[in-house]
Ligand binder design. Sequence first.
Ligand code: C2E
Length: 351
Amino acid sequence: MASQVETALRGPEAFQLARRALAEMETAGVWPTPLNFELWLHYVGDPEGPLGREITRLLGNKDAFTEGTAEMLAAEYLPRGRLSEEIRDAGAVLNRELSSVSDAIAKARESQAAYGETLAEAGANIEQAAAPADLKQLVSGLTDATSRVQRENATLERRLETSTKEVARLREHLEQVRRDAMTDALTNLANRKAFDEELLRACDQAEADNSVVTLAVLDIDHFKRFNDTWGHQTGDQVLRYVASVIGRISKNPRVAARYGGEEFAIIFPGEGALQVEAALNAIREEIGSRALRRRSTNDELGAVTISAGLAQRRPGESGTLLLDRADEALYASKRGGRNMVTNGERLPAAA
Ligand code: C2E
């Protein structure tokens, strides 16, 4: 997808594409921030691609297109390009370091070989050296050769030290890039991509050691109404608030993620449905217990509530099916009047 748009942006239709992106943003009431522009270039350039389809869906739902939404889309659909750029840069640095180290090693090898020759020559000459002056010359030649080898070794050591430091710095940087690519920028929870990977891992683990794992999905009640009334910035703050409560209660090995616009998910490895139901009710009560204020005007926003659903993995069940059942339980909570937790294990089995 990205490459198709990247090519179009350097082709004869580039400016037309850019103008269309701006026009569409204006029609949709989306601010022309650099990130939104980048997203819209992909949207108009490849409307049938995954990002194009997701934006079409969001616009169709008349969901608010907040900064948070843009960050999420970028994290989900744009990072590969950025990540691969970082990886290319890292590769270039590694290449440079490796070739400089191998140069230094080659030089050290040469000088070791030359030193060996000098020693062998000295060994042959020593037998013929009768006069003290000859011996003196021999020893002084050996001393020179030894210092040369020592200097080369010291250079090699310094080179290796610098390279080790550079490679450690690179590793740290790549680790940070990897963390960023897995984190939702607005809430600092794991993003959907990281979550999907974790869910797969947790299900494999549970299958391998015959342990339990329970999955919960949570959704903020009437979030759209909230956004429409108070504006997107306040909507983003509410997301941050809910995420902060979820994050506090989801310490390792639990994994919490922002799964969609106002939807969150938590994996509970080693915990059964009853235990998770209690944890979710604690989260639900804590979130609803606080009256929020709008930071800019100090208006009372009231409390926000969440609905949640959970499902405990059955032997052999895939992450996707588990997620479907947790989603069903969430919808049961919505249908049941919201601000509640539904334990999917108590729902009648689907026909
Ligand atoms: P934030 O604004 O970055 O605040 C981070 C943390 O700083 C808060 O974590 C809280 O521990 C502390 N803090 C910030 N402002 C205040 C304040 O006016 N009074 C008190 N007592 N503590 C404050 P917390 O509570 O987990 O909130 C996380 C995020 O949720 C906040 O990030 C903010 O984005 C949002 N949030 C929480 N409560 C409100 C609220 O009443 N109104 C709005 N607009 N946002 C809120």
